[in-house]
Design a protein around this ligand. Structure first.
Ligand code: SDX
Length: 435
């Protein structure tokens, strides 16, 4: 009998079955042979929210949630944050190896020469109210790029895929900056190819009438590292959405817009905005114990805490905390850090959080830095979406070329009625429907 297998006995029939184990998993389809009779559909797995279901094989990102380990293509996130630029890491995540000097120069050239947007984008952006949420503007505008590049639907062609991958990585900061400039009524700023990816983003956000924008190098570096930390995170909600929409062979602009829509949720990438609002509501360190009690009594969540995979400290949160020190030396201290540190100190000592293995995640400290650099809270999730576009596209590319993948179409356990007949409307009982 092969060691890597599971023997299951169906007590309804007394039959036993051998299920092969591969990479710590059994194939759900191997359960379908387990039937009570020929008419039986066969066993399924019931796993709401995919708590324990692997949807794909991937070689991009490795996470060990218990040990707080995060690696892109085998490189620890700490190594990459210390020694690489964001575009260098983007190349690694997408192509599986760090670039040599000429490869990096070519890659930077390719991306920086795809930062312009079609001029119709301005008209599209003008359609938004002045107070439209930048994340909604970003999502809508990315989807609208699908109308400008109809050949992006040819997802089977590797050349076409690569062209639109570069376009999306190049244009996300431009769209994000346009969303911000629209919200404050400033004219749009065109890209400056002399600048790095993050410096150019800052240029498009904050250049006023000076002839050439000069980014503060400390802040530009902090943003670059934050982008590295947010680039990918295996099968999170947004990436799962990217893969699901991509599995239907939708074009990458629509798939990225879908993934960004998932990211915008307050339980996901929208948490960084909610953390700042929570810290503002708490106000001062003295109010922290009362807030902790509220959370323990089930009145709201400690935003920026907890994670489906990390049952230890999110390694990104630890690195972000270090970046905060660098940034505050330039911007001045963000007093909300005192409240955040006190929240963390108390939470890590309270049984409620310890029992549930709730630690600060990537969103807990990032907002403090973004705010200190000059971003308003509504921009925080946009700052998450820009670098995560690299991860979404890498995972999408992996899906498209994976021979095992098909259109995503989960099953269900049906709990509704069957075989009803339509009664005349005059005989129908009021309030019979689901409220
Ligand atoms: C991201 O998946 C990824 O990789 C995501 C991400 C990425 O890079 O893509 O890492 C980015 O989304 C980070 C998470 C940002 N979200 C938040 O900070 C929002 C607050 N956190 C929670 O909503 C929650 O922790 C989640 C959504 C992050 C994880 O939720 P799970 O895994 O579904 O866990 P759960 O909601 O079932 O919680 C288990 C228990 C529950 O209590 P009990 O029912 O057992 O009594 O822990 C409690 C929850 O109520 N709990 C919290 C809590 N998070 C979980 N209680 C208070 N505050 C919290 N933050």
């Amino acid at each position: 009998m092969p060691e890597d297998s599971l023997t299951v006995t169906d007590n309804r029939t007394g039959k036993s079955y051998e299920l092969p184990i591969d990479h710590g998993a059994v194939r759900a389809m191997d359960l379908r042979q387990i039937k009570t009779d020929e008419n039986d559909f066969g066993l399924m797995l019931y796993d709401p929210a995919f708590m324990n279901t692997a949807s794909c094989r991937s070689a991009i990102t490795f996470i060990d949630g218990d040990r707080g380990i995060l690696e892109y293509r085998g490189y620890p996130i700490e190594e990459l944050a210390a020694h690489c630029t964001f575009l260098e890491v983007a190349y690694l995540v997408l192509f599986g190896a760090l670039p040599n000097p000429s490869e990096l120069d070519h890659w930077v050239y390719e991306i920086s020469h795809r930062t312009m947007l079609h001029e119709t984008t301005k008209k599209f952006m003008e359609g938004f109210r002045y107070d439209a949420h930048p994340m909604s503007m970003l999502i809508s505008t990315v989807a609208a790029l699908s109308t400008i590049y109809p050949n992006a639907r040819q997802i089977g062609d590797p050349e076409v895929r690569l062209r639109h991958i570069k376009r999306l990585i190049g244009k996300m900061p431009s769209i994000a900056a346009m969303s911000y400039r629209h919200s404050v009524g400033f004219p749009y700023v065109y890209p400056d190819n002399d600048l790095s990816y993050t410096e150019n983003f800052m240029n498009m956000l904050w250049k006023m009438v000076e002839p050439k924008y000069a980014a503060n190098p400390v802040l530009a570096h902090a943003l670059d590292v934050l982008f590295i930390l947010h680039a990918d995170h295996e099968q999170n909600c947004g990436t799962h959405t990217m893969r699901s929409v991509g599995s239907a062979h939708a074009d990458p602009y629509l798939a990225v817009a879908s993934a960004a829509s998932a990211l915008s949720g307050p339980l996901h990438g929208g948490a960084n905005e909610e953390v700042i609002r929570m810290l503002e509501e708490i106000g001062v360190v003295e109010n922290v114990p009362a807030h902790i009690e509220k959370v323990k009594n089930g009145k709201g969540k400690l935003m920026g805490f907890g994670h489906r995979v990390y049952k230890n400290y999110d390694p990104r949160a630890a690195l972000i905390k270090k970046i905060a020190d660098e940034v505050f030396k330039v911007t001045g201290y963000n007093r909300k850090l005192e409240v955040a540190l006190e929240l963390e100190r108390i939470a890590l000592s309270e049984e409620y959080f310890i029992k549930r293995k709730l630690y600060p995640n990537v969103d807990f400290y990032s907002g403090l830095i973004y705010q200190a650099i000059g971003f308003k809270p509504e921009m925080f999730t946009v700052l998450f979406a820009i670098p995560r576009t690299v991860g979404w596209l890498a995972q999408w590319q992996e899906l498209v070329v994976d021979a095992e993948q098909k259109i995503a179409r989960p099953r269900q356990i049906y709990t509704g009625a069957r075989g009803l007949r339509v009664a005349p409307i005059t005989e129908r009982v009021a309030g019979a429907g689901i409220r």
